[in-house]
Design a binder for this molecule. Sequence first.
Ligand code: SF4
Length: 369
Amino acid sequence: MNKNFNFSTSFRNSSLVKSVIDEIQKTITKKWTLMEICGGQTHAIMQYGLDQILPKELELVHGPGCPVCVTPLGQIDRAHAIAILPNVIFCTFGDMLRVPGSSVDLFTLRARGAQIKIVYSPLDAVKIAQENPDKQVVFFAIGFETTVPANATSVLQAKALGLKNFSVLVSQVSVPPAMNAILNSPLNRVQAFLAAGHVCAVMGYWEYHPIAQKYHVPIVVTGFEPLDLLQGILKAIQQLEKSEFFVENAYTRAVSEAGNQVAQRIINQIFEPCDRNWRGIGIIPMSGLGLRKEYEEFNAENRFQVGHIMTQESEICIAGEILQGLKKPVQCPAFRKICSPTNPLGAPMVSSEGTCSAYYRYAINVEED
Ligand code: SF4
């Protein structure tokens, strides 16, 4: 790296950004469709207008990497059923409060008197359980591999403390099975992936080699700044133009092939792969991380017997197609009309990482898409 490179400013430096865009322009000769997996990357692309300055031959579609968006409706309704119980303190990250369930959201339930607390770490929920021995404290353990180590640590800590009033409502998911599902779909349009740098910082990228080889797709591990994203796009285009398909790391300052093995050990100690329902997409085999038998005592679904809840999705929301890269938010009839961040019909409009929310906040020239 150039010795004049400044880590706090250069990733947004306009002349460096322009040089990579010029390189992409020189490299690209055909139409290609790339998917960024991560909702944080989607927001960065829209916020910095990268979609507006890339060559027209390149289409970016947005993947299912927003954890709030893919949490299935059934699990949201289960959260609601638990949160309204009189003896429960329900703890969650703030993003989940406005996610609509079949009838209401957690925000509404809190206004009606349910004890719902926003926490910044699952360990805060463990502390609340220690401080409230006469209450059942439940943490809504959603997310991708980035949040799972902290969720696992909370279970370990609760066990070490002998807490009988702490449990987790689990809806955790893994990225590689979702990539497989997207590529297996007969409707698939994705020809290359930008893999999420923060997930790979935890998990490494060794799991992606078989995917690149099986489906002939370049997979480039990519960060979140404009220069990171453009370099990831450039590397993917270079591979596509040469008919090469392998995993490449464009985020070496944070990611190694093996990832964080301490975090992986903690994950594997508490959780194991299981089938998981993704909101709008359906069940993806072995795409979830559920509690191992040895830790079943911390499973809120069993503790509160909310396993058999029936759900009712919005008939208008096309989030499932958006999360698979098949449609864009502007193709949803509700977008900006009856669906907005203050009145969301679906999770992608609620979450700070949701694609619909990114389009609502940042998109220009999208009506003619
Ligand atoms: S704009 Fe609203 S209704 Fe349409 S897909 Fe997005 S969240 Fe669903």
